[in-house]
Design a protein around this ligand. Structure first.
Ligand code: CUA
Length: 325
């Protein structure tokens, strides 16, 4: 009795810790997309199904243990094993299998005209869109999608296997070098969601996040059109320092001489909510930190450390990048 009270008391703080993880910007149990909703339903149906199996099998085991041994005939013992050990689990599991299979055609339905190419890198995400005028627009660690439209993501990787996962919108999809996997999803709510890499890919695997912003279709088109524009080249000292110190060998800033392909495209960096693949807020202080010591933020990142540059040059580069809208 005392044990029962104690375990009930323990349940309260446990629930307080566990329940908030059922909602928020990165929860499969708080779906904001058609696919994620189907998966959340599947989860609850599976949970209830397994609870039914658990209750029935334990109930039968308890009944069998309490019943007087002498009263068991060979036949009644066999019947108990047949029902509790075979019929109930098989029926429930078969029903769950049929339900799971019935969801598959919807999850594999073809996407709409919008395609987003996503490439896993160590340790960030290269994102490319085909703009309405046919040009390819590249960005990084940020995906924007129009609400209520089916979108096809074409997912691949450059060097090692990653896994693309936005729990609020859809299931996981592996990003495999040399192969392009399709993930079709349809966001049903606007808002900003968080995605993560779900496959161990190296030292900064856990630091490889991204944001997905679901917008009204007009706002999305506006954003994509703006992204397709180059930035205005200026006589900014930050831009001069960026080019002088060779940043353009790895990074592209469309509209300037910087056309590197190794690192993230930094055109319109100021519009992104985060830097360093979802790890730092996009503030002046954080941009300075990342330029000076990228590996302190992100171990084993390919970006070299630029802490040896004069402080005011780093600050000028960070200011210029922070103004690239
Ligand atoms: Cu990329 Cu884990």
């Amino acid at each position: 009795m005392e044990f029962a009270t104690k375990s009930r008391q323990a349940l309260v703080p446990m629930a307080a810790v566990l329940l908030p993880s059922c909602s928020g910007v990165q929860s499969a149990l708080d779906p904001a997309g058609f696919e994620a909703t189907a998966l959340a339903h599947l989860f609850w149906v599976m949970l209830i199904g397994s609870a039914v199996i658990w209750v029935v099998v334990l109930g039968l085991a308890r009944y069998a243990a309490r019943r007087d041994r002498a009263s068991w005939s060979h036949r009644s013992a066999g019947r108990l094993i047949l029902w509790g050990g075979a019929v109930v689990p098989t029926t429930v599991l078969a029903a769950l299998l049929v339900y799971g299979l019935m969801l598959m055609p919807d999850l594999r339905a073809p996407g709409g005209p919008l395609h987003v190419h996503v490439e896993g890198e160590q340790f960030w995400w290269r994102v490319r869109y085909a703009a309405p005028d046919g040009t390819m627009v590249e960005t990084a660690n940020e995906i924007r999608l129009p609400v209520g439209q089916r979108v096809e993501l074409r997912i691949t990787a450059r060097d090692v296997i990653h896994s693309f996962w936005v729990p609020s919108l859809a299931g996981k999809m592996d990003a495999i070098p040399g192969r392009t996997n399709r993930l079709v999803l349809e966001p049903t709510e606007t808002g900003r969601f968080r995605g993560a890499c779900a496959e161990f890919c190296g030292a900064s695997h856990a630091l490889m996040a991204f944001t997905v912003e679901v917008m009204e279709p007009e706002a999305f088109t506006e954003w994509l059109t703006a992204q397709a524009q180059p930035v205005q080249a200026t006589a900014d000292p930050g831009q001069a320092a960026f080019l002088r110190h060779g940043c353009g060998a790895c990074h592209t800033v469309r509209g300037t001489a910087a056309a590197g392909r190794i690192g993230p495209d930094l055109t319109h960096l100021a519009r992104r909510p985060t830097i360093a693949a979802g790890i730092l807020e996009n503030t002046q202080e954080n941009r300075i930190t990342f330029i000076a010591q990228p590996r302190a933020v992100k171990p084993a990142a390919l970006m070299p450390e630029f802490g040896m540059l004069p402080q005011q040059e780093i600050a000028a580069i960070a200011t210029w990048l922070g103004g690239l809208r």
